[in-house]
Structure formats: structure tokens, C-alpha cells
Design a protein around this ligand. Structure first.
Ligand SMILES: [Zn+2]
Length: 317
């Protein structure tokens, strides 16, 4: 078979091989641009094409007539949500959950904590402050990304996702995030960024702890079960499992005050926060946990800047 002829459409392009069908006549768009449509058939899929280069209309019509596979080069318009933006642009103009690419220098890195994700898997998470020439922002880095980002070095972070939490913009790495080392960004804007988190002192006046037994398959509460039998069926995911594999989770509510503003508040302390602090990790019962929190006069904690969520206990005093 003869090598298929290439048709060069653009510099930044990818190559795909397939058949061309249904090349339309030239049309005029609402913005007065000439365009035409076609369908491109690859193995197992059809893609609708829009082409704005008039001259290719006759070229593609010819290819269609040959009914033989051709290699075409396409420039896929990078969706706006994954373009390279400055940190200032990310913080001011974009919407949460947009995928973006940034180039920034690592300024600061917090010690990783462990966090259970939806699947029940426990993975490492770390808040990392990065800066470029325009601004700084916090990156919530997960698992392998934490080790890829070293303090003082600069990186291109492709396909990170923008978050907005308590009105504060941050970035999180995703399973498809790619981190590449780049040349040092020398001039960075180290203006004080709104941190996702601040350190505060928490005074607990009253505490209530409830424990739940979680399904080892779906991580949902399993409800009441007989601990004397060997197996139990999860009412949520219907998976039968050994009762010894079930794990316990605690939900803690506290009436408390923060030293910074002294207003009475009700806050939750999550199971993750509990297991990330060495003194509370080993506590096994509701009573033990309640007594522990009341036995201390205060806790140094990492909390969201609006004091809506306790992220980590750093110290008990
Ligand atoms: Zn389940």
C-alpha cells in the first residue's frame, strides 16, 4: 500500500489517519467567515470537522472521492479551560473546576497529611505555595505530585484544576496533571497571597463524638450489625464482607472559640483530622475521644481562612 499523502494544516497539530466523508460546500458563518463541514472517520469513531480554510474544501472533496484512508494533520483548538494562564488570570477571571496550565515557582511546601478519598483509599495531600511574575497561589498537591514539586524550582503544571473555597481561589492537581521542570522563573511576585489556610488556636468548650462502622467496599456507614457473626452485607453497595475488615470512623462536633476572634462556634473535626494527629490517632472510643478533647486547654490548628473547616491539628496544649 502506498504511503498516504500528508496534508499540512498547521504547525501545532496532531496526525490522524482515516477517511473523509460528507464534505459540505463552502458556507458563510454569522461572523462572515467562510467555513465548511466534513466528517472524519478513524478506526471506531467519526469526528465532525469544521474547517475555516477555504482552499482545503476542494482538497478534502478530492480525498473524499478517492475513498482511501489519508493522514491528516489537525490543530485541535486547545479548549480555553486548559490554556496556560498567569496566576493573576487564574485568580481573577476563571471559574472553579476549569482545567488550566500554569508556569510557576515553588515558594513553600507544607508537610503532607493523609486524606481518605471517595474510593476509601488513603493518599497524601500537601498545600504548596507557588508564584509567577504576576501573583502567588496555593496548590493542593496529591500523592506523587508532592514529591515532583521542590522548593525553589520552577515547573509547568499542565491540567491542574481551579478551585474556589470560601471565596479563595486555589489550584489542585488531578490524576491527569503533568508536572515538568522548566527554567527558573527569576522574578516572582511574592505578595502575600490569601492562604487557603491559617494557623489559629482553638478552645473547645463541649464535644460530642459519634462513631460509624464503614463498609470496606464503598466506605458508606454500614448501620447496625451483629459483631458476633463473621460476615455482613452492606445495605448501600450490597457487598458481603468479613466483619473484621470493617473500619470505624468518628464524627466529632465541638462547641468552640478561636483565639483570633473569640466568637462561639460549632465546628466539626473530621476523621481525617483525627487520624492525622499523632495524639488522637490511637483513640478508640467515643468516650475516650470526648475526654481527650476536654482534657486539653487549647489546640493549635490549621483552619480555612474563613474558619469554616478545621484542616489539621498541629499541637495540643
Ligand atoms: Zn458498601
Amino acid at each position: 500500500m502506498a504511503a498516504p499523502k500528508k496534508i499540512k494544516l498547521d504547525e501545532q497539530s496532531i496526525e490522524v489517519e482515516g477517511y473523509v466523508h460528507n464534505v459540505s460546500p463552502l458556507k458563510v458563518s454569522r461572523n462572515n467567515n467562510n467555513y465548511f463541514n466534513a466528517i472524519f472517520q478513524e478506526e471506531g469513531k467519526y469526528t465532525d470537522l469544521v474547517c475555516f480554510v477555504q482552499d482545503y474544501n476542494s482538497v478534502l472533496k478530492d480525498i473524499e472521492k478517492t475513498k482511501s484512508p489519508r493522514q491528516l494533520q489537525f490543530r485541535f483548538e486547545e479548549p480555553k479551560l486548559n490554556k496556560t494562564v498567569t496566576i493573576k488570570e487564574a485568580r481573577s477571571g476563571l471559574n472553579p473546576f476549569q482545567k488550566i496550565t500554569i508556569e510557576a515557582k515553588v515558594m513553600n511546601k507544607m508537610d503532607p497529611t493523609l486524606q481518605a478519598i471517595k474510593s476509601g483509599e488513603v493518599i497524601r495531600k500537601s498545600y504548596i505555595t507557588v508564584a509567577d511574575a504576576t501573583d502567588t497561589i496555593q496548590v493542593c498537591a496529591w500523592d506523587k505530585h508532592i514529591d515532583q514539586l521542590e522548593i525553589g524550582k520552577s515547573y509547568k503544571m499542565t491540567s491542574v484544576s481551579l478551585r474556589s473555597f470560601d471565596g479563595i481561589k486555589s489550584i489542585t492537581t488531578c490524576p491527569d496533571t503533568i508536572i515538568d521542570r522548566i527554567e527558573d522563573i527569576e522574578s516572582v511576585n511574592t505578595a502575600e497571597t490569601d492562604a487557603i489556610s491559617v494557623i489559629d488556636t482553638l478552645i473547645i468548650d463541649a464535644v460530642s463524638c459519634n462513631s460509624f462502622t464503614l463498609c470496606s467496599a464503598c466506605n458508606k456507614a454500614i448501620g447496625v450489625f451483629n459483631p458476633d457473626v463473621n460476615t455482613v452485607k452492606c445495605p448501600t453497595c450490597q457487598m458481603r464482607q468479613k466483619t473484621k475488615n470493617l473500619h470505624q470512623s468518628f464524627k466529632i462536633q465541638v462547641n468552640c472559640r478561636f483565639q483570633s476572634n473569640d466568637q462561639p462556634k460549632k465546628m466539626a473535626i473530621s476523621h481525617n483530622v483525627l487520624t492525622n494527629f499523632r495524639e488522637t490517632r490511637e483513640l478508640k472510643s467515643d468516650n475516650e475521644i470526648e475526654d481527650y478533647f476536654l482534657s486539653k486547654s487549647n489546640f493549635k490548628v490549621e483552619v480555612t481562612s474563613s474558619q469554616s473547616q478545621i484542616l489539621r491539628i498541629l499541637e495540643a496544649n
